[in-house]
Design a protein around this ligand. Sequence first.
Ligand SMILES: [Zn+2]
Length: 218
Amino acid sequence: MDTHATRRSLLARAAALAAVPAIGSVVADTALGSPAIAADATDLPDYAPVPRSSLGPAINSQGYYVGRIKRNLYWVTDGTYVSAFLTTRDGVVLLDAPPSLGHNIQRAIDDVTKPNGLTNKVTHLIYSHHHSDHAGGSGIFGRRVTRIGHSETRRLLIRDNDPNKPAPEETFDDHRVLHIGGERIELAWHGANHTPDNIYIHLPDHDTLMLVDVALPG
Ligand SMILES: [Zn+2]
């Protein structure tokens, strides 16, 4: 399964799921149509134009875009930050809860589940890592959500003591395979990268790997 094509596919999807603030500021400038930037562009040294695909999809009037990655796996973005969720017969598994998306996460889930007659109830939340810009919307989902993350994420969130990002009750150290509502999610920790606790969230049946805040040029 480790063909180059598969790897490229995984990396491409991983890149799409990573939040890259630089892209967000480009989107914001474009949205504002900043005349100062446009006027100065001719004086800049040679540079490659920002690829259209890097600007991301147009967000709706409520401030988000939700799209399908594959089958019952979706992603939602505010133009800068990204979250993903998996709809299952038993409930929704949420992958990160950026506070910039906030209540739009549930709106995006509603958009996808209600027309299909699926439950829109978030039952599980997997943290990629402990940073507030990806975890700080967790508190919205209350106490009846099962939170899952690396053991170091738990330690750091207990240290932070922030009600907006409760510590995960379920943890792992190296690998953990989740079976939720008939779906398979593989969690892995391969050492410190962006943070000591940043994990790989692999959905093998959806050909998708989620790795947050790590840029993978090329
Ligand atoms: Zn981070």
